[in-house]
Design a protein around this ligand. Sequence first.
Ligand SMILES: CC(C)(COP(=O)(O)OP(=O)(O)OC[C@H]1O[C@@H](n2cnc3c(N)ncnc32)[C@H](O)[C@@H]1OP(=O)(O)O)[C@@H](O)C(=O)NCCC(=O)NCCS
Length: 275
Amino acid sequence: MSLASIERFAIEDAPHLASLAARVGWRDTPDEWSTVLAVGDVCGLRVEGVPVAVAARFDFGAVCSLGRLVVDPAHQGRGHARRLLEHLLALDRDATTRVTVVATAEGEPLYRRLGFRTVGRLHKLVGTVGLTHAPSLAPLTVDRLDAVCALDRAVLGATRGSLLRLRHGGCTRAAVTGRDALTGYAMRVRQGGHAVLGPVIASDAHEAFELLRAMLVGDVQCCRVDVPAQHVGLVMKLEQLGLRTVAVRSVMSLHGAPLPGDLARRFAFASQAWG
Ligand SMILES: CC(C)(COP(=O)(O)OP(=O)(O)OC[C@H]1O[C@@H](n2cnc3c(N)ncnc32)[C@H](O)[C@@H]1OP(=O)(O)O)[C@@H](O)C(=O)NCCC(=O)NCCS
């Protein structure tokens, strides 16, 4: 059988990639895929014009993140995922760039075979919550985006400015903390039927919880937040608010290389693919 050639997907593919992701139970919307296509290298395979496999790479300077790896169940087990990841790993990058991924249980064996090692874990928390009282924090307005991007870069060691600006454009809520200098920020976006909280950057767990409570105030809605497992106390507090851990995922890096930045100050991921 001849192999389909790997192609780069474009913005028009967003609805088709959302339906491909739905075939493995992911709830990504076409809008979410439009952002993925705008900020990443997204490649994949088509059969009769329809995408059957996809994977993405996001270059954030010192950090390169892989994700959004999906193969249509009818086409799994034929080496498509391995081929796509080898292709993305072969694209140019600086020798010092660290490559990372958050792997599902299904994806982890493949990443392990490609040389990735677990360097951390995250809790995927989901629940229907709407708080009536929450701290009143300063809103994250457009004029503070430069400061937010600088703080984000210091914490992640990665340059995610274009992603953060796009995400801010689609935010339903966003707040900042800090008196003279900014010490934290949080964003909330709508994704399909639920609200995603993240990223959350803060100087400590107390501040992160305040930011998250500010994101949870308002209509009772199904919410999701991905919290690094090292923040055990924060996970427990969120569980007390009604969220529950529905999955624990491996945060991996190529050859187990330590990831840059000051990750103790990252309290929620923007998304699993974006760190
Ligand atoms: C995970 C997934 C992408 C694998 O796609 P695929 O095209 O079937 O994978 P491949 O055929 O390229 O398999 C590559 C290797 O991984 C192994 N592998 C694939 N799925 C596996 C599984 N569930 N358990 C153990 N090993 C697995 C294969 O045996 C193969 O090993 P080999 O190269 O040494 O022979 C696919 O199952 C999928 O889309 N799952 C749902 C979405 C998901 O979880 N994505 C991963 C996000 S991290």
